[in-house]
Design a protein around this ligand. Structure first.
Ligand code: UDP
Length: 252
């Protein structure tokens, strides 16, 4: 469907972020809704094709990669099997944005790498900073700012971030706004080595919104929990759970 996804494990990704410092990297955690959105958003599709690394953040992607060359009926059977067992090839593992942020924060704390938190509702990034400092006492969160994903405020935001010389930038505006913000602004903030859009992750880490219980996450049913908690998300969930599998199967 036109979106490249890197076959990387989380530890390989962390190694690239912390040990390959040559170029600035936009890292995108891809989920099925993003692939669907890119089908009718050229700008977003370009960004997904130009980013340094795209990781698989959605069980639907593991399934899609696993069933690429199968007949329809096998694809459907594999979809059902997903409830019991995650496919592992050719994408080696799921890299969930929310887990990735914690792993990056942990390694940044060990290495003395500076982090900036941009986005979410006012006060949430600051609460996220406090929570990360509790979990990783040596972590250096050099700044937080709520701001807005619209281009109108970005010159000011760029200056605020540049004043703190961060090396890693987390942006929480939801997709595709956060990916577009990073694509427009990364080159204007030269100290940043890696920038990642993390959606609602600040809300989870700060405790503003609760994540699904681990059992549901492991069953690939986090979407069901979110549907019950936030019914207004039904369209996004419908896209991920029904439209995306249908598109994958019917293009074969
Ligand atoms: N958000 C924001 N400004 C906006 C739109 C969204 O700060 O104009 C934040 C919102 O508060 C939330 C995050 O962006 O923290 C997006 O969360 P969502 O749950 O939509 O993202 P997902 O995790 O589903 O990608």
């Amino acid at each position: 469907m036109g979106v490249p996804v890197d076959a990387l494990t989380k530890s390989e990704l962390l190694d690239i972020i912390f040990n390959e410092s040559k170029e600035q990297k936009q890292i995108i955690t891809i989920n099925p809704e993003m692939i669907l959105a890119a089908q009718h958003d050229k700008d977003f599709m370009n960004i997904l094709n130009k980013s340094a690394i795209n990781t698989a953040d959605g069980t639907g992607l593991l399934w899609a990669a696993n069933t690429q060359n199968d007949p329809k009926i096998i694809s459907f059977l594999k979809l059902f099997k997903l409830l019991f067992k995650k496919p592992t090839t050719p994408l080696p593992e799921l890299i969930k944005g929310a887990d990735l942020m914690l792993d990056i924060a942990q390694q940044a704390a060990e290495n003395g790498t500076k982090i900036f938190l941009l986005g979410a509702q006012p006060g949430v990034a600051e609460k996220t900073k406090i929570e990360l400092e509790k979990q990783f006492p040596k972590v250096q969160i050099v700044g937080t700012y709520s701001g807005s994903p619209s281009p109108y405020e970005e010159e000011k935001m760029k200056d605020i971030i540049n004043d703190t010389n961060p090396e890693i930038l987390f942006v929480a505006y939801g997709a595709p706004a956060q990916e577009k913000w990073i694509a427009r602004n990364l080159h204007k903030i030269p100290t940043i080595k890696a920038a990642i859009g993390v959606g609602g992750t600040f809300d989870y880490i700060s405790g503003t919104i609760k994540r699904a219980p681990l059992l549901l996450q492991n069953l690939g049913l986090e979407w069901l929990y979110r549907l019950i908690k936030e019914p207004k998300r039904w369209k996004r969930i419908w896209n991920a759970v029904v439209v995306f599998p249908h598109r994958v199967v019917s293009r074969q």
